[in-house]
Design a protein around this ligand. Structure first.
Ligand code: HEC
Ligand code: HEC
Ligand code: HEC
Ligand code: HEC
Length: 190
């Protein structure tokens, strides 16, 4: 009933390791809360970030990593991240709602959470600070409270990022995908 192989294939950190640029946050065709917008992406070569066609400032904490804090006016916008191998685009709406686009919610940007909460530069490359992220998550999230919302034992839950995506998502609870899609990664559901 439980299939591990598929999950490991879909969720290994190398899954995004193509050459073309990727925008992780915000997601394409999503609504973002007005005010500060955190942009996270990756792009090889000489990267260029454009908001509505104009160059936007960003920092690169490691080669290929793109991080910007923008403050777009309310309304419709387009982000383009250019780099080696092409470009990534994300249309987003700053405000409350826009047609059937879903709200993009990042992990609450509380004080004390920066890129270096989870990541570190190792041998000049962007990597995770630790082999598993759960000790990082558990500095704030109490393990004892977990059975209330999680059906799994702690061994299965240890890789929080198998189900949650802290950069943000359009699914409730920062889930990586809609619930049923997520469960099907490991379970055969009828
Ligand atoms: C709370 C933990 C957490 C924080 C904070 C965080 N990330 Fe991440 N990051 C992750 C997870 C989880 C992944 C996805 C790994 C996977 O796909 O399995 C990831 C993946 C990435 C990737 C893609 C890596 C690759 O090889 O494809 C980049 C780039 C990245 N993060 C940049 C950032 C930047 C820049 C910041 C700060 C603005 C940041 N992250 C903050 C947890 C975090
Ligand atoms: C520095 C403290 C801190 C760290 C580290 C941290 N969180 Fe959180 N997280 C919070 C706070 C505060 C909230 C908002 C209150 C709450 O829901 O508990 C939150 C909310 C959440 C939510 C609910 C989001 C929603 O939309 O309902 C999820 C899911 C979550 N965190 C997962 C994680 C995961 C997975 C990690 C590790 C990759 C992590 N958190 C690391 C403090 C933290
Ligand atoms: C097998 C998938 C899975 C794994 C692995 C997982 N979670 Fe969750 N988590 C969920 C689901 C599903 C929800 C419920 C989301 C919803 O609909 O509100 C949830 C909810 C949460 C919430 C919100 C709790 C609330 O009160 O609403 C937090 C915080 C959270 N998870 C943290 C973590 C942390 C930290 C880890 C790693 C130790 C982890 N999760 C591992 C699936 C998972
Ligand atoms: C990363 C792989 C993975 C994902 C994703 C996953 N599961 Fe599981 N699930 C397991 C494993 C392994 C077990 C058996 C060990 C355990 O209980 O943790 C299990 C056990 C269960 C059980 C106990 C049933 C039994 O036969 O013992 C339920 C219920 C369950 N999962 C529901 C879900 C739901 C609902 C989701 C989606 C939110 C989900 N699972 C996502 C791996 C996963």
């Amino acid at each position: 009933m439980v299939r591990f192989g598929v999950a490991l294939l879909l969720l290994s950190p190398g899954a995004f390791a193509e050459d073309a640029p990727v925008l992780f946050a915000p997601m394409n065709e999503s609504v973002v809360a007005p005010g500060n917008l955190r942009v996270v992406g990756k792009a090889g070569g000489k990267a260029e970030l454009l908001l509505d066609g104009k160059a936007a400032r960003f920092e690169s904490p490691a080669p290929g990593v793109v991080h910007a804090e923008l403050n777009p006016a309310p309304g419709l916008h387009e982000l383009v991240l250019k780099g080696e191998g092409g470009e990534a685009k994300a249309a987003f709406f700053s405000g409350k709602e826009h047609g059937d686009w879903k709200m993009f919610r990042p992990h609450p940007p509380i004080p004390g959470i920066g890129c270096d909460t989870c990541h570190a530069v190792k041998n000049g490359e962007w990597a995770f600070k630790r082999a598993t992220l759960s000790p990082v998550c558990h500095t704030c999230h109490d393990l004892a409270a977990f059975p209330k919302v999680h059906t799994h034992n702690t061994g299965t839950l240890v890789d929080c990022q198998n189900c949650h995506y802290p950069h943000g998502s359009t699914a409730k609870g920062n889930l990586r995908a809609a619930r049923d899609v997520l469960c099907r990664q490991c379970h055969d559901l009828q």
